[in-house]
Design a protein. Structure first.
Length: 184
């Protein structure tokens, strides 16, 4: 079913919207949640919470790109779940490693303007991604958006794990320089 039609179902408050969303985007959302949480049950719960959040968000929101909208919700919910779970027990997982790798590029800000700065940062990172090669972009997004492990990226791209690590290191270095020029 077309995304616009699925969104129309949400706006019409039809429960069929959830079924259609699950059918079309369930595996996509599960993959995002599982890469963050590394647990099937928690990932399933995050995906179900995604459907509820989408139901509560439409209307009034009408997403232009449904997959991105759902992915963003799933990611937020899964990260929140991961944070609450890891607050009790500090531990591994790809999200900790990925966020730690990015920490050298992005400084922390605790100000009133945090929301605006975060939106500007997201725009600048998207602008940066348009300046790098497709291989660099796909590897970077796979690692830091979908939170794939280096091994999973290696399988997906056909590159060795060593090449993936070098590609990520160089891309982070480029991002850091790019953000410095933007005065972050």
């Amino acid at each position: 079913m077309e995304d616009a039609r699925i969104v129309d179902l949400y706006w019409a408050r039809s429960e069929r919207a959830i079924d259609e969303t699950s059918s079309k985007y369930g595996k996509y959302c599960f993959a995002i949640a599982h890469n963050i949480l590394a647990n099937d049950e928690d990932a399933d719960e995050s995906v179900n919470d995604t459907y509820l959040d989408a139901w509560n968000s439409m209307p009034p929101h009408r997403p232009a790109i449904l997959s991105t909208f759902l992915g963003k919700i799933t990611r937020r919910i899964s990260i929140d779940k991961w944070r609450s779970r890891s607050a009790e027990k500090r531990g591994g997982g790809e999200i900790f490693l990925a966020l730690d790798e990015l920490s050298e590029c992005i400084s922390s800000r605790n100000s009133v303007e945090q929301e605006i700065e975060a939106a500007e940062l997201a725009k600048d990172i998207n602008d940066f991604l348009r300046t790098i090669s497709l291989d660099e972009r796909n590897t970077f997004v796979g690692r830091y958006w979908f939170l794939l492990s280096v091994k999973e990226l290696s399988v997906k791209t056909g590159f060795s794990e060593g090449k993936i690590k070098i590609l990520l290191f160089r891309t982070r270095k480029k991002l850091k320089a790019y953000l410095k020029r933007k005065e972050y």
